[in-house]
Design a protein around this ligand. Structure first.
Ligand SMILES: Cc1cc2nc3c(=O)[nH]c(=O)nc-3n(C[C@H](O)[C@H](O)[C@H](O)COP(=O)(O)OP(=O)(O)OC[C@H]3O[C@@H](n4cnc5c(N)ncnc54)[C@H](O)[C@@H]3O)c2cc1C
Length: 447
């Protein structure tokens, strides 16, 4: 079986296929695995390891956590688990205590002293209505329309940051249907599902590098730096750049998947090609001796304030964060090329995330970096002024998750399936969506 693309979807597919006894060839265009969730190469001068963008997982990402465990990464050590808390620099936001999500949510809302009692009751009654409707709504509704009756502070402090964090699309343009599905799985499913899981390791050490070692140990053929140019059907076989395979999983982004499948299934390719994208900018700031009051803060964004979230990377590096393997033959991640620096090395380094960043990409990265710097100086009481460390933009970070969006299905042709965060499914473009689609494609192929 061939897997084209070595992001989280392709890696999940390759691991699942190996587990089911297939001989797997994985083609990845880049010289490294991980796709849109990877660590950047460490500079030769031994500089700090950075990711291509700060990522957050949540407790409901069950398939991603399970995949890590298969690869020998212990999620409880590799990720810092925190009950959901939208804390602002100078005030508390919604805070959920550990426990059953429904009760924690109701208690958290009632205890949210920053909102009038009438606003808290309105949110609870609205959430109760969503629950009764089984978190379904008309596909053409936007999140802003869905929440139109909610008081402005609830919109501003809760709905807007949750929406942009989960869908990377502003509430006025985001799909209410997908938003409700995320809320259902995060806030109203099992215990711990709404917990925030913040990577203590570089993203490559979280999945890509353990997966590379795991697959190599099991005889998978890993062809890195290999951009697949052509895919065609020849009698009963698929040819990937001329090499024969009985089945193929197309786990590259939608644009590449459309190019490779254009002559095979033009209607599928057209739908994949039609997706639009939203950027994410990550601004890394440096401020020696400074710390945030929590590992993650929510920020109020606005015309002069790009970032919605800030992360204190020093607090994620706490001692004891070294990953240990829990399976025999598991990789020793501390020897991986992008291994995190020893505990605490990133103290004083902060990641500021600008989601739904199209307006800021238009204003330019220099202006965005300066605006985040000014936002940090205004909102955070740091002992010394921060400086700009790095500004990274992923212009096609996720597909724009808009109302009524028609995403391409997983099935393209006999023996040819798509996997990726954009493939039709309940989730927006997320790590979990990518992993689930990779697993689903292999299961469908081998059914
Ligand atoms: C800055 C940023 C922040 C994010 N934050 C979060 C977050 O907090 N939480 C979350 O859940 N999600 C987040 N996401 C989204 C998440 O990263 C993606 O949903 C996920 O990584 C997509 O994985 P994928 O495997 O579907 O696609 P990709 O990661 O894009 O993988 C596709 C792979 O295919 C390869 N490829 C392309 N063409 C070819 C070809 N012709 N031949 C061979 N290989 C090819 C590419 O090089 C790539 O490695 C974020 C994304 C970004 C960019």
């Amino acid at each position: 079986m061939a897997v084209i693309g070595g992001g989280w979807a392709g890696l999940a597919a390759a691991v699942e296929a190996c587990q089911r006894g297939h001989q797997v060839s994985l083609f990845e265009m880049a010289p490294h695995l991980g796709g849109r969730a990877r660590s950047l190469p460490v500079q030769p001068d031994g500089g700090l390891a950075l990711d291509n963008g700060q990522h957050i997982l949540i407790g409901a990402y069950t398939q991603s956590l399970q995949l890590m465990a298969v690869l020998g990464v212990d999620p409880e050590q590799a990720l810092l688990r925190l009950p959901l808390r939208l804390r602002y620099p100078r005030r508390e936001g919604l805070r959920l205590r550990p426990g059953w999500p429904l009760l924690s949510f109701a208690r958290g809302v009632l205890q949210q002293g920053g909102w009038l009692l009438s606003a808290r009751l309105k949110l609870l009654s609205t959430a109760g209505r969503w629950l009764l409707q089984r978190f379904n709504c008309a596909p053409e509704l936007s999140v802003a329309q869905l929440c139109a009756g909610l008081p402005p502070p609830v919109m501003q402090d809760l709905i807007a940051p949750l929406c942009v964090a989960a869908l990377n699309t502003p509430a006025s343009q985001a799909s209410a249907q997908v938003f409700l599905r995320v809320l259902r799985d995060a806030l109203f499913s099992g215990r711990g599902s709404s917990d925030l899981l913040l990577p203590r390791l570089g993203l490559s050490d979280l999945l890509a590098e353990p997966a590379r070692l795991w697959l190599a140990q099991r005889g998978a053929d890993l062809q890195l730096g290999q951009r697949v140019q052509s895919l065609m059907r020849q009698e009963a076989q698929w040819r990937v750049d001329g090499q024969p395979f009985d089945a193929v999983i197309l786990a590259c982004p939608s644009g590449e998947a459309a190019r490779l499948s254009r002559d095979i299934n033009p209607a599928w390719a057209a739908r994949a090609q039609a997706l639009c994208f939203e950027p994410i900018i990550t601004v890394y700031l440096h401020c020696p001796g400074a710390a945030l009051p929590a590992p993650m803060l929510t920020l109020q964004d606005g015309a002069q304030a790009p970032a919605q979230f800030a992360f204190d990377l020093g607090q994620l590096d706490e001692p004891g964060s070294v990953v240990t393997s829990n399976t025999p033959n598991a990789p020793n991640t501390s020897h991986a090329p992008n291994s995190q620096k020893p505990a605490g090395q990133r103290a004083g380094l902060f990641a500021f995330v600008v989601s739904g960043a199209a307006p800021w990409v238009a204003r330019g990265l220099t202006e965005t970096g300066a605006a985040v710097l000014a936002q940090a100086r205004r909102e955070l009481d740091w002992p010394v002024p921060p400086t700009l460390f790095k500004v990274l933009a992923e212009k096609r970070a996720t597909f724009a998750c808009t109302p009524g969006l028609q995403r391409p299905p997983a099935h393209i042709a006999e023996g040819l399936w798509a996997a990726g965060d954009y493939v039709a499914g309940p989730y927006p473009a997320t790590l979990e969506g990518a992993v689930r689609s990779g697993l689903a494609a292999v299961r469908a192929l081998t059914r």
